[in-house]
Design a protein around this ligand. Structure first.
Ligand SMILES: Nc1ncnc2c1ncn2[C@@H]1O[C@H](COP(=O)(O)OP(=O)(O)OP(=O)(O)O)[C@@H](O)[C@H]1O
Ligand SMILES: [Mg+2]
Length: 260
């Protein structure tokens, strides 16, 4: 089943066109890896999927993107609702200047996802929020490492732990799609592996779209591969086919390390 349909998407910054006529179907509950050389438009494509591109003043976007059949570029689309459904995990973690606990509780409080909303009993409310925070820290694979210091500042965590905390924060707003832009590029190999492990577990319930410039990571994680080259979508298909019998000469050259 498809989760997202990209139809004739073109994106320019000022007069510089960076994506040309992209047509793409993104399957539900798989890991989709977007790969390609630096500057080919990976981040731009990723950010088009929850309208984060709108934050650029000189951007122009043509074409349509449907998430669960709904055109997210249609007038009247509620971008806040969209960004809750399609969460974004950036390359580097930016924890809020608060405790580990408060970082995870922040989203549910803002979005009113707190199960105890409306509860008059303050103690019950605290208990429910604690359960939520534990739940999301477990989903992000961080719980065991932080359960004894939930009220310590998040900034004290290692970068690898902070990135999993960032993942817990994305998960805490209950998205259906997770956009991840080179989420392990700032991490040491062991931390990177922990994030990869969580993605493999999470894809059972979430559609994960991962930008990576590491071909080996795309091989390890990707169920479906999207290959961009200088703003064009060269090839997109299930990973097995992509790596074993690429259709396009450019894909073959990229896989073999002849172009980078
Ligand atoms: N806000 C912006 N304003 C102007 N040009 C931009 C902007 N963002 C990206 N670009 C340009 O668009 C092109 C694609 O950029 P993008 O960041 O999508 O590439 P990328 O594939 O993610 O590259 P990298 O692997 O280096 O992260 C580049 O030429 C870049 O310079
Ligand atoms: Mg990028």
């Amino acid at each position: 089943m498809s989760k997202i349909e990209v139809k004739s998407l073109s994106v320019s910054f000022g007069s510089h066109q960076v994506l040309r006529d992209i047509n793409l179907t993104i399957p539900d509950r798989q890991i989709v890896a977007i790969i390609g050389p630096s500057g080919c438009g990976k981040t731009t494509l990723l950010k088009s999927l929850n309208r984060l591109l709108d934050l650029n003043e000189d951007v122009s976007v043509a074409g349509d993107i449907f998430v669960d059949g709904e055109n997210i570029y249609a007038p009247g689309m509620d971008v806040t609702v969209l960004r809750k459904k399609v969460g974004f995990l950036p390359q580097r973690p930016y924890p809020l200047p608060m405790s580990i606990f408060q970082n995870v509780a922040f989203g549910p409080r803002i979005h009113g996802l707190d199960a105890s909303r409306g509860a008059s009993d303050e103690k019950a409310e605290k208990k429910d929020m604690s359960a939520l925070v534990e739940h999301y820290l477990r989903l992000a694979g961080l719980w065991e490492e932080v359960k004894d210091r939930l009220h310590a500042p998040a900034a004290k965590l290692s970068i690898g732990q902070q990135q999993r905390l960032a993942l817990a924060r994305v998960l805490s707003i209950e998205p259906e799609v997770i956009l991840a832009d080179e989420p392990t590029s700032a991490l040491d190999p062991i931390s990177a592996k922990l994030v990869e492990t969580q993605f493999r577990i999470l894809k059972k319930d979430y559609t994960i779209i991962l930008v990576t410039h590491i071909l080996r990571q795309a091989r390890r994680l990707g169920d479906y591969i999207v290959f961009l080259y200088m703003g064009d979508l060269v090839e997109h298909e299930p990973a097995a086919q992509f790596f074993s019998s690429p259709r396009d000469e450019k894909t073959r050259a990229y896989i073999n390390g002849e172009i980078s």
